[in-house]
Ligand binder design. Structure first.
Ligand code: GLN
Length: 504
């Protein structure tokens, strides 16, 4: 029964809770048991809040018993990426810099989860300050891919993807600056959505690159992701870039999933060299399935996508170097007073703290960003990258004149082995080749499992991209394709993952 509960979708849990066949305490306890049994091997969580989760579960069960009107997801537990601040619950961003920090307030997204009555199971592991594609840059050690514990679960949100894929949470949150929701989803056979920029509040989410960061839902089914998206999204006066417009109808789209007559464009530039053959094969099959379902397919060219990676790795570190300046040893988190210096100055304390608190990848990007923004180079680097960004946005605009959605593989390869790319930053950065354009242009995108690659039997992902504020189209295509793929494979792709030994 406990196992059944952890394998049930969030939508089914919500139904069971609503009709009283299960209680939130039962569901939450089942997940906490699962976490106790398998997270030692997976290391998806940095912090587990069993007491807090059960307190919420009890309150929801009591309110339901007296007939209170509750949110559809009330009582359904969730895991929260450790980049989102949680009042009274540690928030580290995967960094020593924030070790032991207990935020005094909740991020807007977290407030919304609490208001919906969703028990928060814990905080999930991530690359330090969300910089990375593998979680190996976490100061607390990497998470592991439930498909093969020697492989990466993607990054930066590999904690969230690994807890979903090992049935340690039915839902999770993520943030995506260049692919950190979608790439982890692709390598674990889960679903991840980066909403339209401004569609989900950034208030209380520790900033990496403010013009690119976007929080979004992670789940095991398209409908579950849509239900969570609807909770997380919407206008927030506390975030100046939050869009003041009605939420796209994501849940309706996920329930309908009708692609007849929809025009789908295959991005010519996101294929070929560098894409693993098994990833390309599963992608081609998914496109064929969409055609069978009545969609029209055409090839579309986005010529400036070629420069997206280069532009991103100037803009992102530039913004990151500025955002990370707040970790100055004076306001919060770590404070290291150099011992060998008598009467150290504020600068010396700052330098010692930043030296001890930031890991190598954070330092690399701070140096890169500071250099790119320095006077004399500003126009040549940051300015040129911003121009490329405009060209990429124009490529999207032109493509969406011809088609309703675009598709590509999500990541060029399946999950690589821990350690394989750690010493080669360029190889690590290239994982994001297909996900970065969406962040540069602010458009929404989803990753959906497309099957298992022949070479290694590991999951492959397909990416769906839509115009800004048309997030519902992701769910229309995602839901249709998910159903067709379940027919093709006989079951959800994730059900092929090996069972983790209890207590391993
Ligand atoms: N992997 C990308 C990076 O290292 C994306 C990170 C993210 O989306 N947070 O910057």
């Amino acid at each position: 029964m406990t196992d059944d509960l952890t394998r049930t979708t969030a939508a089914q849990l919500a139904d069971g809770l609503a009709d009283g066949t299960i209680s939130s305490v039962e569901v939450t306890s089942a997940y906490l048991e699962r976490i106790a049994a398998v997270d030692g091997a997976v290391h998806g969580y940095l912090h587990i809040d069993g007491e807090g989760a059960l307190a919420t579960a009890r309150r929801i069960d009591e309110r339901r018993a007296v007939g209170d009107r509750l949110h559809a997801l009330a009582g359904v537990p969730i895991a929260v990426k450790d980049v989102m601040v949680t009042q009274g619950v540690p928030t580290t961003c995967g960094s020593r810099m924030l070790e032991g920090w207990i935020p005094p307030y909740d991020a807007t997204v977290v407030s919304k989860l609490r208001a919906a009555g969703m028990p928060i199971l814990g905080k999930t592991n991530m690359d330090e300050f969300a910089m990375g594609s593998s979680t190996e840059h976490s100061a607390y050690g990497p998470s592991r891919n439930p498909w093969d514990l020697e492989r990466i679960p993607g990054g930066s949100g590999g904690g969230s993807s690994s807890v979903l894929a090992s049935f340690q949470a039915p839902l999770a949150t993520g943030t995506d600056t260049g692919g950190s929701i979608r790439q982890p989803a692709a390598v674990t056979a889960t679903i991840g959505v980066k909403p339209t920029y401004g569609g989900v509040s950034r208030y209380g989410i520790v900033a990496l690159a403010s013009s690119l960061d976007q929080a979004g839902p992670c789940g095991r089914t398209v409908l579950d992701a849509a239900l969570l998206h609807a909770v997380m999204g919407g206008h927030d006066p506390l975030d100046s870039t939050s869009i003041d417009a009605p939420m796209p109808p994501v849940v309706d789209a996920a329930r309908a999933g009708d692609v007849r007559g929809l025009r789908i464009g295959i991005v010519k530039e996101l294929a070929g060299e560098g894409y693993q053959p098994g990833i390309q094969a599963r992608f081609d099959e998914s496109v064929a399935l969409l055609v069978e379902l009545g969609a029209e397919v055409a090839e579309v060219s986005c010529p400036n996508f070629e420069y997206a990676l280069a532009a991103y790795y100037l803009i992102m570190p530039s913004e990151a170097s500025s955002n990370l300046a707040r970790f100055d040893a004076m306001r919060y988190g770590l404070r290291v007073v150099p011992e060998r210096v008598a009467d150290p100055s504020a600068e010396q304390v700052m330098a010692a703290t930043r030296d001890a608190g930031f890991g190598p990848e954070a330092k690399r990007r701070i140096i890169l960003g500071t250099y790119a923004l320095s006077s004399g180079y500003y126009d040549a680097y940051y300015g040129s990258a911003q121009k490329v960004r405009s060209l990429i946005a124009r490529d999207f605009a032109a493509a969406f004149e011809q088609v309703d959605v675009l598709v590509s593989p999500t990541a060029p390869t399946t999950a690589f082995r821990l350690g394989d790319k750690l010493d080669d930053p360029m190889a690590m950065y290239r994982n994001d080749i297909a996900t970065i354009p969406a962040n540069l242009a602010g458009v929404p995108a989803m990753s959906l499992p497309s099957g298992l690659a022949d070479e290694d039997g590991l999951p492959a992902g397909i990416q769906i991209l839509a115009p800004a504020m048309r997030d519902e189209r992701l769910y229309t295509v995602g839901a249709a394709l998910e159903r067709a793929l379940i027919d093709t494979w006989g079951a959800p792709i994730l059900s092929r993952a090996p069972e983790l030994a209890k207590g391993a």
